[in-house]
Design a protein around this ligand. Structure first.
Ligand SMILES: Cc1cc2nc3c(=O)[nH]c(=O)nc-3n(C[C@H](O)[C@H](O)[C@H](O)COP(=O)(O)OP(=O)(O)OC[C@H]3O[C@@H](n4cnc5c(N)ncnc54)[C@H](O)[C@@H]3O)c2cc1C
Length: 396
């Protein structure tokens, strides 16, 4: 593609210079000039109301996508247990589907999992596409991708959401590549643009310094993975009924390729921080032997779980699976008790769904105070022992 400016039409209004993300347009006198660093991205084309910026790009018309309908959620299950993330996605899908006037469908894949369909309809699914096959008993990428690609090709959904879980992060890119679709990974917000009815997919970018809003206007389904703990599940309504559509998995041995010989469960005790009611957050300010002992005792008297910042993880005081934030987990407790945490931009997305945030920090300017319901400007080594004493005497 080539981009050029027709001098006789340019008025030097500077609009193109303002929109150019690369600073590649300079106005010299009353004429705009493209500089050497222009990458011909074409962003300036629409800004010129005088038709002075030209390009040999032939815009391909957007295909008719009206035949794609419905908001689908991949209902992730393991050993017959639905993941909480799938229920959260159904809650989100319900809001999106209402904005579009379309239905919510869950895609349930596994071996003898039909009993889970009722939970999915109770949590918002109008339809459940059920695929049962012995070869689908445990998650394996190749057969799962094949089954989902068949379903999408046959039923043509408008939107397809998966959790940004271990399985979702493996499955979604494979599926989008198979179907030649775009995919926005790790979304933190999903909305429908009222004008275009496209899905606006928001996710942190550039180390969390900007929130990028991404759309896929030319392909369907619009695919996104969503971080666990971000969306809100609906209160299940067991009276809700939905349609279950059985789909035959057409699997041949070459679709399976791998055999699962044994599943060895990790012995390590894993904690589900996303389900914790109270969390004591450990920051650098508490990162020494005395600090961690104090906060562990506080957590114990409060019946809380311990979580922490990336610094606390890197310093070895909090296990990696308890890191909260952009590259950790997103939590939704009743109370988040931030101790010695500055409130960096990468930590905050993980805690903003807490009902109450209480923070202790000795720096009055600490950004954590901006998002706190109660801010204690003090040294945690003074405050926390007193709090523990009170709680021991008068348990919450
Ligand atoms: C790509 C990327 C991803 C990241 N992902 C994450 C993430 O997922 N989660 C995350 O948390 N971070 C993440 N980080 C790191 C993040 O930028 C911050 O460095 C980190 O959150 C800071 O942790 P902190 O608040 O414990 O430490 P600091 O920022 O050093 O803050 C320590 C605070 O403790 C206070 N303090 C010190 N002593 C006391 C005391 N005795 N009493 C009271 N207050 C005290 C200080 O005033 C200070 O405000 C990421 C960074 C990058 C670049």
């Amino acid at each position: 593609m080539a981009v050029w400016i027709e001098d006789n039409k340019c008025t030097g209004c500077r609009k193109c210079a303002k929109v150019c993300p690369y600073g590649a347009v300079e106005v010299q006198g009353e004429r705009a000039v493209l500089k050497d660093n222009c990458i011909e991205c074409g962003v300036c084309l629409r800004s010129c109301k005088f038709g002075a910026i030209c390009s040999d790009l032939v815009a391909t018309p957007i295909p008719d996508l009206s035949g794609y309908r419905g908001v689908w959620v991949f209902a992730e299950q393991r050993g017959g247990m639905l993941s909480q993330t799938s229920l959260e996605l159904l809650g989100c899908a319900t809001g999106l589907a209402q904005s579009l006037g379309q239905e919510v469908a869950a895609v349930l894949v596994g071996d003898q999992v039909s009993g889970l369909a009722a939970s999915l309809t109770a949590s918002g699914a109008d339809k459940v596409y059920l695929v049962e096959n012995r070869g689908l008993g445990h998650y394996r990428p190749l057969p799962y991708v094949k089954v989902l690609a068949d379903l999408v090709s046959q039923y043509r959904p408008n939107i397809f959401l998966l959790g940004a879980t271990h399985v979702g992060r493996d499955l979604a890119p494979r599926l989008s590549a198979r179907l030649d679709l775009g995919l926005t990974a790790d979304c933190t917000e999903l909305t429908i643009d009222p004008k275009s009815k496209n899905l606006y997919q928001t996710r942190p970018a550039f180390g969390g310094n900007v929130m990028a809003v991404i759309e896929s206007p030319r392909t369907r389904p619009q695919m996104a993975t969503v971080r666990p703990g971000i969306m809100k599940a609906l209160t299940p309504d067991s009276a809700r009924r939905g349609e279950v559509i059985r789909h035959q998995a057409d699997l041949v041995p070459k679709d399976l390729r791998t055999r699962i010989l044994e599943i060895v469960k990790e012995q390590k005790q894993r904690v589900d921080l996303t389900a914790a009611r109270i969390i004591v957050g450990v920051g650098r300010g508490a990162c020494d032997a005395e600090g961690i002992k104090l906060l562990s005792e506080l957590a114990w008297v409060m019946g809380a779980e311990i979580g922490g910042t990336r610094v606390a993880v890197e310093e070895g005081f909090v296990p990696p699976e308890r890191q909260i934030g952009q590259t950790g987990v997103t939590v939704r407790p009743e109370l988040y008790f931030a101790c010695g945490i500055s409130g960096a931009i990468q930590h905050r997305p993980g805690i903003l769904n807490a009902r109450y945030i209480v923070s202790i920090n000795r720096d009055r300017q600490a950004p954590i105070f901006e998002v706190s319901d109660y801010a204690v400007k003090a040294d945690l080594f003074d405050v926390v022992p007193k709090l523990i004493d009170v709680l021991k005497r008068e348990p919450a």
